[in-house]
Ligand binder design. Structure first.
Ligand code: SAM
Length: 251
């Protein structure tokens, strides 16, 4: 059978594509892409002429069968998204999981990914971290997720859009301790890249201090909970909650 290559592409700076990615894109029989226009523009920069067909969230399930049939006919295919690593908050999961079921070789290439780029330049703990995708939009889910990470000792990473960044940092400030550090990694690898590390109580002022600070693409990192002297992590949260309720009833 043919192989399915997972090919990361730049997240802003066209120089950030590997030699191997270019070789694969030149040599495959077909490229499947989130937005064919974006990918054709990218390919034209490297003088690559190749058939590109669309493969996005809305047609992934329908197209998967067709793609697997092509792979079975020994056609080599590269999956790319508009930017960064396919499958990371981008289409491809269903296709890869179906390929695995029928033993088609999936070959993932390392390359650009906004969350890893942000983490490596953030100054936050990198040995353990969790990536939770886009920050939830519904109020109830936003509060729930912030309560869940309030005592998480690892760095938590989210993707966020410029339209919601202000609301999101406000919610973080309201739920978490104002002393907690937040990093806003904006426009990574691009002309106006900035990686700002601030206490949650200062982030809102920083965003308001210049309209440009709110523009562009964001990765949002929240410092892990540093712990307090009277914390006892051996006690499960469930028990601590019950204890706190009892305490408040007694006082
Ligand atoms: N697959 C991509 C990756 O590997 O990072 C992520 C795709 S997701 C649909 C797009 C989101 O990633 C943006 O809304 C933003 O939160 C983040 N992102 C992508 N490029 C970025 C950049 N250059 N700077 C900061 N964040 C970026």
């Amino acid at each position: 059978t043919g192989k399915l290559f997972i090919v990361p592409t730049p997240i802003g700076n066209l120089g950030d594509i590997t030699n191997r990615a270019l070789t694969v894109l030149k040599n495959v029989d077909l490229i499947i892409a989130e937005d064919t226009r974006v990918t054709k523009y990218l390919l034209s920069n490297y003088s690559i002429k190749k058939d590109v067909i669309s493969f996005h969230n809305y047609n992934e399930k329908d197209k998967t069968k067709l793609i697997i049939d092509k792979l079975k006919q020994e056609i080599n295919i590269a999956l790319v998204s508009d930017a960064g690593t396919p499958l990371i908050n981008d289409p491809g999961y269903f296709l890869v999981s179906e390929c695995k079921k029928v033993n088609i070789d999936v070959v993932p290439l390392p390359g650009p990914c906004a969350l890893i780029t942000a983490l490596s330049g953030s100054g936050m703990t990198t040995d353990k971290f969790s990536f939770l995708g886009f920050f939830p939009q519904k109020k109830i889910n936003r509060t729930k997720i912030l309560n869940e990470i309030a005592q998480c000792p690892f760095t938590t990473i989210f993707y966020e859009s410029p339209h919601r960044i202000m609301n999101t940092v406000t919610d973080i400030h309201n739920v978490l301790d104002g002393e907690r550090y937040i990093v806003l990694a904006r426009e990574l690898t691009k002309k106006f890249e900035s990686i700002k590390r601030l206490k949650s109580k200062d982030v809102i002022n920083w965003l308001n201090s210049d309209e440009n600070n709110k523009k562009g693409e964001f990765v949002l990192l929240i410092e892990g909970y540093q712990g307090k002297e009277d914390d006892n992590f051996d006690i499960p949260d469930r028990v601590k909650r019950t204890f706190n309720i009892l305490k408040s009833q007694c006082s």
